[in-house]
Design a binder for this molecule. Structure first.
Ligand SMILES: *[C@@H]1O[C@H](CO)[C@@H](O)[C@H](O)[C@H]1NC(C)=O
Ligand SMILES: *[C@@H]1O[C@H](CO)[C@@H](O)[C@H](O)[C@H]1NC(C)=O
Length: 293
């Protein structure tokens, strides 16, 4: 009996540590099909950006791991399993989602909707930026809403670690949308992605003046104004934090195109505060790995 229990614990531990597969989740497995440029190509599966393979793969529910589901009347974050830890505010869920007990004992996930009858942890907002050490050092005034940042149908929540974005790649793969902040069609929105741990090429992406969608999903498809740099150039090594900031402004903003190498958020905001103000929402994610694989 004790041996069986120990084996069970060991197996559970092994599964919990095999989170990074090609589909970037222990709850998903690749079907073998790819879906680059054709997200609808996946049958009974979902087109998912794989940071491990640096391409888009069709991923289906795992056939070996029990898929946790949200409590009845609640919906999973972007339709998939995003686990969270009650003990770690840096893996908190974005605005309007809570970290709740899923159908699997001991597994918590981000669910939205109902607020009664479930064990919830409030979404982490401003304080999470301070706890994570992003503010005030890199983002002087943290936004009060945390975003989910999506690369096609793969999404990263605040503080999420993603591994092995280490394949040398010269093709920019900018975020396709952000979720969690309700934009207003009367305003325009600008999105920045900044690698705060880079010694060069700090500003990775800058998209300006996109009209608000009026919903809590804001698309950023299209050609960024400048610049647009792949997240994993040959120079990428180690453990980098990527900060994503969403700015809201009424007028068309035309900032001076900043020097991408020495770019700092504080410097940019000082120079351009009149047109951008403070970020209204944002997120950060962490990429581990080494270049040149
Ligand atoms: C995956 O599992 C979840 C939870 O059981 C279910 O809601 C979803 O429809 C499944 N997706 C597919 C593609 O089977
Ligand atoms: C959008 O912004 C306009 C201008 O400030 C405001 O009048 C309107 O109420 C806002 N709409 C929503 C849905 O908040």
């Amino acid at each position: 009996m004790t041996t069986m229990f120990a084996l069970l614990v060991l197996m559970t531990f092994t599964v919990a540590n095999s989170q990074v597969n090609d589909c970037m989740s222990m709850y998903l497995e690749p079907t073998g099909a790819t879906c680059v440029g054709t997200p609808t190509a996946c049958v009974n599966s979902k087109c998912t950006f794989s940071a491990v393979r640096w391409t888009y793969l069709c991923c289906r529910n795992s056939t070996t791991v029990t898929i946790p589901v949200c409590p009845a009347t609640m919906t999973p974050l972007l339709g998939s399993v995003k686990t969270c830890r009650l003990s770690n505010p840096n893996t908190g869920c974005p605005a309007r989602y809570s970290c709740v007990q899923s159908s699997v004992a001991g597994t918590y996930m981000c669910c939205g909707g109902a607020t009664t009858g479930v064990t919830t942890v409030p979404p982490t907002t401003t304080s999470a930026w301070l706890t994570a050490g992003i503010s005030p050092a890199f983002v002087p005034t943290p936004p009060s809403t945390n975003l989910v940042v999506s690369f096609m149908s793969t999404s990263l929540i605040f503080g999420q670690t993603t591994t092995s974005i280490d394949v040398v790649d010269t093709t920019p793969k900018p975020p396709t949308s952000v979720t969690g902040f309700t934009t207003n069609a009367s305003f325009r929105y600008s999105l920045f992605v900044v690698d705060i741990d880079a010694t060069s090429n700090r500003l990775r992406y800058m998209m300006l003046n996109v009209p608000g969608s009026g919903t809590n999903v804001q698309s950023f498809s299209g050609v960024p104004v400048a610049p647009s740099i792949a997240i994993n150039p040959a120079t990428f090594t180690g453990n980098h934090r990527f900060v994503v900031l969403l700015f809201q402004h009424a007028a068309i903003a035309s900032p001076m195109i900043p020097d991408i190498t020495s770019f700092t958020i504080a410097g940019f905001m000082n120079t351009n505060s009149a047109s951008f103000g403070n970020p209204v929402a944002g997120s950060y994610f962490r990429v581990t790995g080494t270049a040149g694989r």
